[in-house]
Design a protein around this ligand. Structure first.
Ligand code: ADP
Ligand code: MG
Length: 780
């Protein structure tokens, strides 16, 4: 019997973790680590730190005996600094991450501590570590929380965030371990690439840098294709109130059409005629027509972006809502034309216009690190992607205490209304017992709707959205309190521990008796992994807990990705409350989610295909730029190509001043050409599927168009720079570039593009799905 159970257990483990690596080798080290415990406990703090220092001096990965020594010391340091003795599973996580894996550890297992011990382990071997957190709040929280541990281990630590000063920032990057959100670290990289004096850079380049990514799946997969953008003021982008007016009068289905998923909209022939007429008889499709781009962007703003879903208007300003996180992103704007178009649509004052100076995707940012490791509660589901895009393997770590959470089957309803009624009933019924409830919604609008309906039932709840991370963390920490009802989007409050009975666990036993935290999803997320993240908020460290998802045949995911469901004849009629028990219908719910996952993956792949080329080009330009910044190549260039002028100026102003002026001139022209190139590639990319002939794939066409233009950048920048060197006034204040009309942006800002409206590849990837949808419709 025992044998059979063992085999069964092993089989189950195999099935449960198809894509993970074994950590048996490290499991074997755990008893040895425990053996060292008493001896190490007798060391003084200084001796402990000193012992860790003995592991320094080599850049080799820690060998097994060194690993044992390090883990034993690290455990002791945590015990002393935090009064928390790292569990075996945490040390297993540490060893898995030191080996360069992504470890899967459930919510509440103590990844913050495991991550810190890992980062310090890398640091003692001479690596510079960036611990990438989900947001600024968590970066600061974790760095400060773990600081005493780092101190005992003799490792320096810092953090960066949107609000920290340049000095603090530079100091943080000089530390051996630096915590920061992916956007902040990425934006610093972008800013560093645009400085005109080497002294202004904040990041310390390090050949042996490690990225240790918390919530690794959301950063490496969900946000991988998100471009971090740096923009600067520019003249020229005009807000087009007239166009907004013209487009406002167009009718959906007659003048324009949208695709099923709301990612694209286009004019019909009759729409095009209407626009041409409204604009006074222009030809929209004439070569070099200035109207086509303007009407497209206005149409996008009009038809696809919905007020209060995609953005809100507050203080007479358009502010984006990041739908995945249900948060208003203060620093985020859309690409410029679109921002202006939405501002025109809402008739609010135009913000300063600008152009993209540089950008980098999250994936390319991470790819810059020679070594990457990570941790998250949900990694196995994306194991293939982690391997394909990052060459990372997943290692599954068992929970410290078995999870006893009860996950119910999805409750499927005929209509949205029926679903929402049932949802509210379930909340009301559960709340009567005092059991805490966490409702996970798909977006902010839904959160508000649920809150309103609960209010109508005299139930109070806390809604998490569009607030700041620190406040959200404080609220979510109370989600497990007796009687609590918390409504939140998927991302809100991530990284915060939910303890039963409130953050002080005052009512722990009472709440545990009621079944622990009850998590209710109002609809399935685009992947089962995101569902699991929500579920994971309950049942931490062996706590009781429960979870259930509600869904309806009208859910967007279902109508979009499993339209067959509409045609399906139910074998058993739905209950009076609209509850569907039919097995096939329910299977469609899971199917729709799998299709959605596939679409996301295709989009990711496709985006990467395009961005990879630009990333390579950027690396080449940046290498050149660095040389200009740190050496005298600019000076040499002008000495060679404008020798008379050069000699004259050196005579007049001295060699140093001339060399600096030369540097500024060449940097200006190189940056200018790069910005133009980015604009050009964006244009090509937007239209490439129109341009590509049947014979060529869009990506080939893209390469064909972009590579020759790239090859011109450096020679042309050199030529125009030599011209400038000859003509621009150069005096005691350096080169008077502005006077010559060669103006750098007066201000810059950064943003992330969550749903890239220019991402025409998305369309490509979705075509397959759409073809499928059309086919089904035709068969009806
Ligand atoms: P995760 O990121 O894995 O969800 P956290 O790092 O936020 O988990 O930790 C959850 C809670 O567990 C924290 O309150 C932390 O103090 C506690 N904790 C972590 N490790 C230990 C330990 N070894 N012993 C006791 N408590 C721990
Ligand atoms: Mg965490």
């Amino acid at each position: 019997m025992a044998m059979l159970a063992k085999v069964k257990g092993r089989l189950r483990r195999l099935l449960e973790r198809p894509a993970s690596v074994e950590l048996t080798k490290y499991e074997a080290l755990l008893p040895k680590i425990a053996d060292r415990e008493d001896k190490i406990a007798s060391l003084s703090d200084e001796e402990l730190t000193e012992k860790v220092g003995k592991l320094r001096g080599s850049e080799r990965e820690l060998a097994d005996d060194e690993l044992v020594e390090y883990c034993a010391l690290a455990r002791e340091a945590a015990k002393r600094a935090l009064n928390e003795r790292p569990y075996d599973v945490q040390l297993l996580g540490v060893m898995g991450m030191l080996a360069g894996h992504v470890v899967q550890m459930a919510t509440g297992e103590g990844k913050t501590l495991a991550g810190a011990l890992t980062a310090a382990g890398f640091a003692v071997r001479g690596k510079r570590v960036h611990v990438i957190s989900v947001n600024d709040y968590l970066a600061k929280r974790d760095a400060e929380w773990m600081r005493p541990v780092y101190e005992l281990l003799g490792v320096s630590v810092g953090y960066v965030g949107e609000k920290v000063s340049t000095e603090h920032r530079r100091g943080a990057y000089e530390s051996e371990v630096c915590y920061g959100s992916v956007s902040e670290i990425g934006f610093d990289l972008l800013r560093d690439r645009l400085v005109t004096s080497a002294d202004d850079q904040v990041q310390t380049p390090h050949p042996a840098a490690v990225a240790l990514v918390d919530e690794a799946d959301s950063v490496l997969v969900d946000e991988a294709k998100v471009p971090l953008v740096m923009a600067g003021t520019a003249e020229g982008v005009e807000r087009d109130a007239d166009m907004a007016e013209v487009v406002r009068r167009l009718r959906a289905g007659v003048h324009y059409e949208e695709d099923e998923d709301g990612r694209n909209a286009w004019l019909t022939p009759s729409g095009a005629k209407a626009v041409e007429k409204a604009l006074g008889g222009v030809d929209l499709y004439a070569e070099d027509s200035p109207y086509l781009a303007a009407v497209n962007v206005a149409l996008h703003a009009h038809a696809l972006l919905e007020r209060d879903v995609d953005y809100i208007v507050r203080d007479n300003k358009v502010q984006l809502i990041n739908t995945a996180r249900g948060r208003i992103a203060a620093l985020q704007r859309w690409p410029d034309g679109l921002q202006a178009a939405v501002e025109a649509k809402e008739a609010v004052a135009a913000t300063e216009s600008g152009e993209v100076l540089d950008s980098i995707t999250v994936q390319a940012l991470i790819a810059r690190y020679p070594k990457v490791a990570g941790m998250t509660g949900t990694a196995v589901a994306v194991a293939e992607q982690l391997r394909e895009f990052y060459k990372l393997e997943v290692a599954v770590i068992a929970p410290n205490k078995p999870c006893v959470r009860e996950d119910e089957l999805t409750r499927l309803f005929t209509t949205d209304d029926a679903k929402e009624d049932a949802l509210i009933n379930e909340i009301v019924k559960t709340h009567e017992t005092g059991r805490p409830i966490l409702v996970g919604t798909l977006d902010v609008a839904e959160s508000e709707r649920v809150a309103k309906r609960l209010g109508e039932n005299d139930l109070e709840c806390v809604v998490l959205n569009a607030k700041n991370d620190a406040e959200e963390a404080a609220i979510v920490a109370e989600a497990g309190a007796f009687n609590a009802i918390t409504v939140s989007t998927q991302m809100a409050g991530r990284g915060t521990d939910i303890r039963l009975g409130g953050h002080d666990e005052a009512d722990h036993d009472k709440v545990a008796e009621l079944g622990g935290l009850y998590v209710i999803g109002t609809g399935h997320y685009p992947s089962s992994r995101l569902d699991d993240q929500l579920r994971g908020r309950a049942g931490r460290q062996g706590d009781p807990g429960g979870s259930v998802f509600f869904s309806s045949m009208e859910d967007e995911q279902l109508t979009q990705y499993a339209p067959e469901v509409q045609l399906h004849v139910l074998k058993e009629p739905p209950g009076e409350d609209g509850l569907i028990k039919d097995k096939t219908a329910r299977a469609f719910v899971a199917h729709a989610q799998r299709v959605a996952e596939g679409v996301e993956l295709e989009i990711h792949r496709n985006t990467w295909r395009y961005t990879r080329l630009i990333e390579q080009q950027r690396d080449i330009i940046m290498e050149h730029r660095d040389k200009i910044l740190h050496s005298d190549v600019a000076d040499k260039l002008f000495e060679k190509h404008a020798p008379e002028r050069h000699a004259e100026l050196v005579e007049e102003l001295g060699a140093d001043l001339v060399a600096e002026a030369a540097r500024q001139i060449l940097l200006y022209h190189l940056d200018r050409r790069w910005v133009d190139h980015l604009g050009y590639t964006a244009d090509v990319r937007e239209t490439v599927h129109l341009r590509a002939l049947a014979k060529e794939t869009p990506i080939d066409e893209f390469h064909r168009a972009v590579v020759p233009e790239f090859n011109k950048i450096v020679p042309e920048a050199h030529d125009t720079a030599v011209d400038s060197f000859d003509t621009v006034k150069i005096g005691a204040n350096g080169a008077e570039l502005e006077e010559a009309g060669l103006k750098r942006p007066t201000s810059t800002w950064t943003y992330m593009v969550y749903d890239n409206p220019w991402d025409s590849d998305a369309e490509q990837a979705l075509k397959k799905v759409r073809a499928h949808v059309k086919k089904v419709k035709a068969e009806r």
